[in-house]
Design a protein around this ligand. Structure first.
Ligand SMILES: NC(=O)c1ccc[n+]([C@@H]2O[C@H](COP(=O)([O-])OP(=O)(O)OC[C@H]3O[C@@H](n4cnc5c(N)ncnc54)[C@H](O)[C@@H]3O)[C@@H](O)[C@H]2O)c1
Length: 261
């Protein structure tokens, strides 16, 4: 088990799903955590459960002042910042020819600008204080387009490239930046789709492991990326998708008989 005793972390979007699993892992590893989210009620509940180890900071990641406040409050409470997981995300879907500009802006602002602003202010602090490690949450959709998901997929592809640029710029400040690209994960974000049997089946047909991932199965690899074990991993994109990205070629196994040479 990775030890992060004495370390301080930030998780954006940490009140639910993948972000929440990351918060749990960080606490178990001994880190103190500043959790950023819009969900004030859940943040208060988490603070009560983890007094002295977790600080909830109501934050809209699309607002630069909120991000500055998040970094300041976390540093004030716990004395530093070593690790950040930039997770907050959601989308408004729509066909390209019908998508209102405000839905595009909502999605790209949250998924891409939100990561930019978080990264900017986390790294600014880390640069002045000896370095750190940052993981940005992109998506399988950075590589695989989806119907009605142009804004989301484009933003997530942007997060992957932003991560590479950050790794290039920040290595000299002893800051490592990597991206994690989840496939289908069971969270409140996806339950509206996967609760519909026909949609769930359509998903599972694409996933060699024939199931969605659990948020813990994303949080574990993310923890590895910020740990000492990953000290030479930088600018990488780690797909965590149950093998989804290797599908697409026709399944020829059903045509192969035992008599085949
Ligand atoms: N669940 C999946 O299948 C999946 C797959 C690939 C990528 N992802 C990405 O993983 C990340 C987490 O997704 P999840 O499935 O855990 O979703 P989730 O809905 O369970 O959690 C997202 C959290 O982000 C918070 N949030 C939303 N807008 C915010 C804002 N403006 N400022 C601060 N916080 C905000 C929400 O309140 C929520 O707590 C997202 O970036 C998502 O795009 C998810």
């Amino acid at each position: 088990m990775t030890t992060l005793a004495g370390k301080v972390a930030i998780v954006t979007g940490g009140a639910s799903g993948i972000g929440y699993a990351m918060v749990q892992n960080l606490l178990e590893a001994g880190a103190k955590v500043g959790v950023a989210d819009l969900n004030e009620e859940k943040l208060k509940e988490l603070e009560q459960q983890h007094k002295g180890e977790l600080l909830g900071v109501v934050t809209n990641v699309t607002k630069e002042e909120d991000i500055k406040n998040l970094v300041n409050k976390t540093v004030e409470a716990f004395g530093g910042l070593d690790i950040a997981f930039n997770v907050a995300g959601a989308s408004k879907s729509g066909a390209i020819i019908d998508q209102p500009e405000e839905d595009w802006n909502f999605t790209v602002d949250l998924c891409l600008k939100g990561v930019f602003l978080s990264l900017k202010h986390e790294a600014k602090y880390m640069k002045e204080h000896g370095g750190g490690a940052i993981v940005n949450v992109s998506s399988l959709n950075a590589h695989v387009p989806m119907h009605y998901g142009a804004a989301y997929s484009s933003a997530k592809a942007g997060v992957e490239m932003l991560t590479k640029n950050a790794a290039l710029e920040m290595s000299k400040h002893n800051i490592r930046v990597n991206a994690i690209l989840p496939g289908l994960v069971s969270t409140p974000l996806t339950s509206g789709l996967t609760d519909v049997d026909a949609i769930n089946e359509a998903y599972l047909e694409r996933i060699p492991m024939e199931r969605a991932g659990d948020p813990k199965e994303i949080a574990g690899p993310a923890l590895f990326l910020v740990s000492e074990e990953a000290s030479y991993v930088n600018g990488a994109s780690l797909l965590v998708d149950g093998g989804w990205a290797v599908t697409g070629y026709p399944d020829l196994s059903k045509f192969i008989t035992e008599n085949r040479p």
